[in-house]
Write a protein that binds this ligand. Structure first.
Ligand SMILES: [Zn+2]
Length: 395
């Protein structure tokens, strides 16, 4: 017998931007099989979840996390001290914690020595419960560049192409390339271009040749443009997105993943042992990031939610708080929620996820109240009432 559940009584947010008062949602096993007026289901004899006073919405997608980092004051230093087995267990723990708090899909933008791969595979096999996980494998970076402590160092087109092939061989879902300096690596500057336009284009072309999407850590303007002109799928952070970047990103349909949580948590917890070089750089670029994000948003750019979870005090499980930051910075509740639902799944290439509609996977989040009026109903997991992954209630 098919396992059916009817969600009825409350509001439904469809993940794209529509809020409905009068519809109910029927799921059968893994999928949503009907979304229709509540009256359509009168006399339904199966399991009913009364959503009165609550909002049913798609599970959230976090398109930028680092599952191997725990979110302590200095995650890189902490990672250096633990065994490979411990790292794999941390990845599983962080993935499951994210799912319990409403993140039904996530994209890991840089791991360590492929130790996160067995976790994704075990979840896909059904050995463990967990979110849908896409992995980049090792981030690809230049000698001395941002991310060079854990990344795959490669210089020049030939080496960069080889580095991309290694990630594909290891089973990556997408490829991450470092276009500029950043905050968390000592001695590099966020504004500086790292890979040249030529190296960047080689990396992206090679990834696309094997049907892999691409993401780039890109903060400075020159590096962002190198990536966008090379055909990158998403720009991560995008601190110095300027008018030219905005125009070219809109033309190319490039996503921006702002990861406000990364900088905010470093700045807000500066006195708790975060290395001073990180705090200093985070403070320098914080306002700029805010201004760039708003300009990009008002120009109509594509935004997807990402947190950089695992970086200092940016905890796995608290991912949804990024939505509160987005709204505080001036993004509407509706657009923030779209970034966390439909847009995130779209960026990851998950056509059956991120929305509530017939045929979608039953990845669902039930929250108190109305998140379009109060974003903390989603952002603060204490307001979550239930999470379903592929139709199964997550404990
Ligand atoms: Zn990151």
């Amino acid at each position: 017998m098919k396992n059916q559940i009817l969600f009825t009584g409350g509001l439904v947010f469809d993940g794209r931007g529509e809020l409905s008062e009068d519809v109910a949602v029927l799921i059968e096993d893994n999928h949503i099989v009907d979304v229709a007026a509540k009256t359509t289901f009168e006399g339904f004899g199966g399991e009913i979840v009364d959503t009165n006073g609550a909002t049913l919405m798609p599970g959230l997608t976090d398109t930028h996390v680092h599952l191997c980092y725990k979110g302590g004051a200095d995650p890189s230093a902490a990672l250096a001290k633990v065994s490979p087995g411990d790292i794999t267990l941390t990845v599983l723990e962080n993935a499951q914690l994210s799912l319990r708090h409403g993140i039904t899909s996530l994209r890991d933008c840089g791991g360590k020595e492929y130790l996160e791969f067995p976790v994704r595979d075990a979840i896909n096999r059904g050995t463990f419960h967990g979110p849908t996980i896409h992995l980049s494998g090792r981030m690809i970076c230049m000698t001395g560049g941002h991310g060079s402590r854990w990344g795959r160092i490669a210089d020049g087109c030939d080496e960069v192409i080889k580095a991309v092939r290694e990630q594909i061989h290891a089973g990556c879902d997408f490829v991450k390339v470092m276009a500029t300096g950043g905050v968390m690596t000592p001695g590099v500057q966020p504004k500086d271009e790292h890979y040249t336009a030529g190296e960047m284009a080689c990396a992206i072309r090679e990834a696309h040749r094997f049907h892999k999407r691409t993401a780039t850590h890109a903060q400075g303007t020159g590096g962002i443009l190198n990536a966008v002109r090379g055909g990158i799928t998403s720009v991560e952070h995008g601190v110095f997105v300027d008018e030219t970047c905005i125009r070219e990103m809109l033309e190319a349909g490039t996503y921006l993943v702002p990861t406000i949580s990364a900088l905010r948590n470093m700045v807000d917890n500066a006195d708790k042992g975060v290395p001073s070089f990180m705090v200093e750089k985070a403070r320098q670029v914080e306002q700029q990031q805010r201004d760039s994000l708003l300009e990009f948003y008002h120009a109509g750019g594509l935004l997807a939610m990402g947190t950089d979870a695992g970086t200092p005090f940016n905890l796995h499980g608290a991912n949804a708080w990024e939505l509160k930051f987005l709204v505080d910075y001036g993004i509407s509740e509706k657009d923030a929620l779209r970034a966390g639902c439909f847009a995130g799944a779209d960026l990851m290439g998950l056509p059956e996820q991120g929305y509530i509609g017939k045929g979608a996977v039953a990845d669902l989040l039930l929250v108190k109240g109305n998140p379009l009026q109060d974003i903390t109903m989603v952002a603060d997991y204490r307001n979550h009432l239930a999470v379903y992954k592929k139709g199964q209630l997550v404990q």
